[in-house]
Design a protein around this ligand. Structure first.
Ligand SMILES: Cc1cc2nc3c(=O)[nH]c(=O)nc-3n(C[C@H](O)[C@H](O)[C@H](O)COP(=O)(O)OP(=O)(O)OC[C@H]3O[C@@H](n4cnc5c(N)ncnc54)[C@H](O)[C@@H]3O)c2cc1C
Length: 448
């Protein structure tokens, strides 16, 4: 692309900072406008340790940006889900075959700082404390709130990486309907913390994503490199006990945890305080019919397709968006063509992972300690051994591979049918009709 190699990114969060690196490294003139202050000066907004699961798609994008080493230095490996049933022994269910198939727990604030620093080192200009307020798409002028002032900046094209509540999206929608639809989940979440042990170490197994599944609600915990765990309680906003409507304060939370998560009580000494202090977060899936407006603007990451967090893929998907957009911008003859090609490639895939993320909530909170599910999981692993490269477990396709999400969704649906049919009425794999299952795999799944 010739004279147009200038881009203005709204939002210097995870996707905005990564895209800035990818384009600045290719010689683009990049300006990033971020509503918050510089986290290296002001500390990361919120101050709490919030972590995210990084998987192969996100890691691949970080490799493209030369940011993987710096990020992995601060990451904690998670080999699988460590399931804590209410009754019975807790234990690890590996995600993959071995330590080549793992995910990483990373600190959101540290990750953002690494990416912003690398972006600036490649010449991207990051303007902190600049909140987008309005866009004049005719004269291509964006207006920002900078402290008490309004600042007007001309632009060639805008990329909206300003998250689920995107102002750019709202400004675009004033000019051209985007077909926006938000489906709120009737469950919310609250973050708590497991501090380090007295000797400074981790209080529970560090190399795992811990889950306390309880049917219609659950707790999870992800490790942080400072030896803490961020615990997230997910449950309905209202309805049958427990819900946030009923568990209103720290005392109610103590009662809930004593009854339902008793092993966590000694681990979360500030439970009462944290429960009172931390807000209840809301979760939603955002669908749009259009992600871009001619050559003027395009949306990516949460601004285009926010999803519920239960597959740990929102950031991973946003990072994949960045790689795809940077490639289309390099290849296409003009900005508008690049935006259109980007949207055509990514929209079906975002919709696929949005669907899988919703489905995974039910799996995490209700299935991971269920005998039928565990038998299907055993068969899944056995079929992976019998048909390598052809029968690839659902979690592996989403997490350890980079095949399009839409392909992963389609194959997962076919595979689930095979698993359900083959284990119906069985209590162990001893009675599986292997000839029939093998035939179904070969007939229905092409090698990947
Ligand atoms: C509880 C929870 C757990 C999650 N866990 C995971 C996980 O394990 N793995 C995973 O991959 N994903 C996870 N996600 C999803 C992940 O957080 C998001 O998908 C990801 O942050 C999206 O990145 P983004 O850059 O698009 O948006 P954001 O990270 O929201 O960044 C948007 C940026 O834009 C800025 N901004 C907003 N408005 C303006 C404005 N008007 N002007 C200028 N700047 C503006 C914001 O300050 C922010 O810096 C989780 C989400 C939640 C809620």
């Amino acid at each position: 692309m010739g004279a147009e190699r200038e881009i203005t990114i709204i939002g210097g969060g995870l996707a905005g900072a990564l895209l800035a690196i990818l384009l600045a490294r290719r010689g683009w003139s990049v300006d990033v406008f971020e509503r918050r202050g510089d986290p290296r000066v002001d500390g990361y907004a919120g101050g709490r340790s919030i972590n995210l699961a990084l998987a192969e798609r996100g890691l691949h994008a970080l490799r493209q940006a030369g940011a993987d080493d710096a990020v992995l230095q601060q990451a904690v490996m998670m080999r699988g889900r460590y399931v804590h049933p209410l009754q019975g022994e807790p234990g690890l269910q590996r995600y993959g075959r071995d330590d080549s198939e793992v995910i990483w727990s990373i600190n959101r604030g540290e990750l953002n700082i690494v990416l912003l620093t690398i972006a600036e080192s490649h010449g991207a200009r990051v303007h902190f404390d600049h909140a987008l307020e309005r866009v004049d798409f005719i004269d291509r002028i964006a207006t920002f709130r900078h402290h008490e002032q309004q600042v007007k900046r001309p632009f060639q094209a805008l990329v909206g990486a300003d998250g689920a509540g995107s102002t750019l999206r709202a400004e675009m929608a004033k000019v051209q309907p985007l077909g926006e639809r938000t489906e709120w989940l009737d469950h919310g979440y609250k973050e708590l913390e497991i501090p380090p042990a007295a000797d400074g170490g981790f209080r529970i197994e560090p190399n795992a994503l811990h889950i306390w599944p309880r049917g219609h609600y659950m707790c999870i915990a992800l490790p942080n490199d400072e030896r803490t765990f961020t615990v997230t309680l997910f449950m309905p906003h209202a309805g049958s006990y427990p819900s946030f409507e009923q568990v209103q304060n720290g005392d109610d939370a103590m009662a809930l945890f004593q009854a339902q998560f008793p092993d966590t009580l000694p681990l979360i000494p500030a439970l009462r305080h944290d429960y009172d202090a931390n807000p209840v977060g809301s979760l939603a899936t955002l669908y749009l019919d259009h992600w871009h407006m001619g050559s003027h603007a395009v949306l990516l990451g949460d601004a285009a397709h926010a999803m519920v967090p239960f597959h740990g893929q929102g950031m991973n998907c946003a990072f994949e968006d960045c790689v795809a957009l940077a490639e289309h911008l390099e290849r296409a003859p003009a900005l508008g063509d690049a935006f259109a090609a980007f949207e055509a490639e990514r929209k079906p895939n975002a919709e696929a992972i949005q669907k899988m993320a919703l489905e995974n909530y039910i799996e995490m909170r209700d299935k991971v300690d269920d005998a039928e599910f565990l038998l299907q999981r055993q068969l899944e692993l056995a079929l992976q051994e019998r048909h390598p490269g052809r029968f690839v477990p659902h979690y592996a396709m989403v997490t350890f591979m980079r095949i399009p999400y839409a392909t992963a969704l389609h194959r997962s649906e076919v595979q689930r049918g095979i698993l359900v049919d083959a284990t119906r009425g069985l209590v162990s794999l001893d009675d599986v009709d292997w000839a029939a299952v093998d035939a179904a795999v070969v007939a229905n799944l092409e090698p990947l």
